[in-house]
Design a protein around this ligand. Sequence first.
Ligand code: CP
Length: 323
Amino acid sequence: MSASLQVDAAGRLRHFLDVEGLSRQQLIEIMDTAESFAGVGDRSVKKVPLLRGKTVVNLFFEASTRTRTTFELAAKRLSADVLNLNVSTSATTKGESLLDTLRNLEAMQADMFVVRHGESGAAHFVARHAAPHVGVINAGDGCHAHPTQAMLDMFTIRRVKGEFTPLTVAIVGDILHSRVARSQIHALNTLGVREVRVIAPQTLLPPHVEQLGVKVHHDLVAGVRDADVIITLRLQRERMDGRLLPSKHEYFQRYGLTEAHLTGARPDAIVMHPGPINRGVELDSGTADGPRSVILQQVTHGIAIRMAVISMVMAGHAVEATA
Ligand code: CP
C-alpha cells in the first residue's frame, strides 16, 4: 500500500481528510470500529477511557450544529479534553492567519484539529502544515468533501440494510455545491452498491458528473423508482450566485420529496438527509418525520463514527511516535 497525506505505508489513518482514495477494507474498518463504540451512548456513564490526557481542538470557520456538537461529544466520550475555538470571537477577526492560529494551538499541546472551513482544500492545508504529532480531521471543506458525514451515512445504511451490493441509492438535490454528495458517491461506489443515481436540474449538477460513477436523472419520479435508499440534500444557497434556481416553491414542485413519490420506491426504502433540513423545500414534513425517515438515526450514528475516526487517527500517530 502506498503512503499518502492521510494514510501511512501500513494503511493506518494519519489524518482523515477524504473518502476518495480509501479502500473498501478501510471504510469497513471505520464502520466496524464505530460499531464497537455505538453502545457507549446507552451506558449510564457515557465514556470510555481511551483518549484520557489527549486534547482535541474543534476549529470551525463555518456554521455547524450537528458536526461540531457530535465531534465534541465523540471526543468527550473517548475521555479527551475538548477545546472549541469560537472563530467569530477569536483573534482570526483581528487578522491572525490560519497558520499562526495553528502554531498557537500547537503551543498549547493540541493533539488533533477538527477543521471545518468554507474553502475547498482547507483541511488538507492544515494537515500539510500541522506538527507531525497532530492529527487532522476534515469536518467539511467548501464544496469538496465531508468524509465523516459520508461515513455516518454509510454506517446508517449498513445498520438498516445490512449489505451494500444489492442497493440502488438515489441522491436528490444540489449535487453541484454538495461536499456531502461527493463524499457519499465515492463511499457508495467503493462499497460496491449496485447503482448510484443523482437527481437534479442540470444547473445543480457538476459538469461530467457521470464520471463519478452515477446515473443522472432530471425527473424525481423516475429517479426514485425502485430505489432502496433516497438521500435528499439541502439547497446550498450560500454557495449559489442566484441564477441557478427559479424559486424555492418551484424547486419543491419538481424536486421536493413527498410520500407520493415514495410509492414508486422499494417498499422498505429509507429516506435520509444530512441536515440541516429545509421543510417544504427538499422534502415535506410528512416525509422528514415519516416511518421511512432515518434522519435522526444519522445524527446519533455521527457520534460513533466520529469516535471511530478520532480514535483511529490518534492510534495512527501513537504508532508513529513509538516507531
Ligand atoms: N450535516 C452537517 O454537516 O450539518 P451541520 O452543518 O449542522 O454540521
